[in-house]
Design a protein around this ligand. Structure first.
Ligand code: 13P
Length: 242
């Protein structure tokens, strides 16, 4: 399966800087799946700027409802209409900043799939949970709660303590957690769970991408900070195994 290299811009990026970013991507992405998830107002301009390339554009969240009186929320239906392909759901920053629970994430995933979006459901333990030896239990519980029946999408394993810190788990720890996730997906989803791509996220950069992307069951990367620089994003994509 082709690796997916996805950028999560979080609350970064400007309209003014978009042309330089897109120009800097060059010919990135002929043999990997590439995705960039900018803030909502940049999705349309990003799609326009990337037209003619193979780079997809996604969102970082969507509402659980399809429409209605939900001030400030953005529907999956609208995101799909303007051309977004994917939506990140249950990122640890949304779980922490907005109190998103696994059951809300599961319901959002259902809404997103019904609208034609491909969800990327995020899971990952905190440092306290890892130090207490609970990392795998926590991640298994997040998967059980967040992944709906018949799910068709991607999973991203993002240890909270590795996000934006420059710290990464050892390759052995990534391999162990991805194997745990693969087994849980197989139990939950049957055959579909055996092939679903599982991304690794947390301080992925050009210098560590090749090693992380070569770990068994790592089907790509979800990249925060390094996805803001076109040359870093391209270098990570170039490091993906083919
Ligand atoms: P960093 O790559 O900045 O650590 O962020 C990872 C992340 O949260 C991607 O969703």
């Amino acid at each position: 399966m082709r690796p997916m290299i996805a950028g999560n811009w979080k609350m970064n990026g400007t309209l003014a800087a978009l042309p330089a970013f897109v120009a800097g991507l060059g010919r990135t992405g002929t043999d990997v799946d590439l995705l960039i998830c900018p803030p909502f107002p940049l999705i349309g301009p990003m799609i326009a700027a990337l037209r003619g390339t193979a780079i997809a554009v996604g969102a970082q969240d969507c509402a659980v409802e399809t429409a209605g009186a939900h001030t400030g929320d953005v529907s999956a239906v609208l995101l799909a209409e303007i051309g977004a392909s994917h939506v990140i759901l249950g990122h640890s920053e949304r779980r922490a900043d907005h109190g998103e629970t696994s059951s809300l994430v599961r319901d959002k995933a259902r809404t997103a799939i019904a609208a034609g979006l491909i969800p990327i459901i995020c899971v990952g333990e905190t440092l306290d949970e890892r130090e207490a030896g609970e990392a795998e239990t926590v991640v298994r519980a997040q998967l059980a709660g967040s992944v709906p029946d018949h799910f068709a999408g991607l999973i991203a394993y993002e240890p909270v303590w590795a996000i934006g810190t420059g710290k990464t788990p050892t390759e052995a720890d990534v391999a162990a957690m991805h194997a745990t996730i693969r087994a849980a997906l197989g139990r939950q989803l049957g055959d579909a769970g055996t092939t679903m791509r599982i991304l690794y996220g947390g301080s992925v950069k050009p210098s560590n991408a090749a090693a992380l992307l070569a770990v068994p069951e790592v089907g790509g990367a979800l990249i925060g900070g390094a996805s803001l620089q076109a040359d870093d994003f391209s270098a990570i994509a170039a490091a993906a195994p083919r």
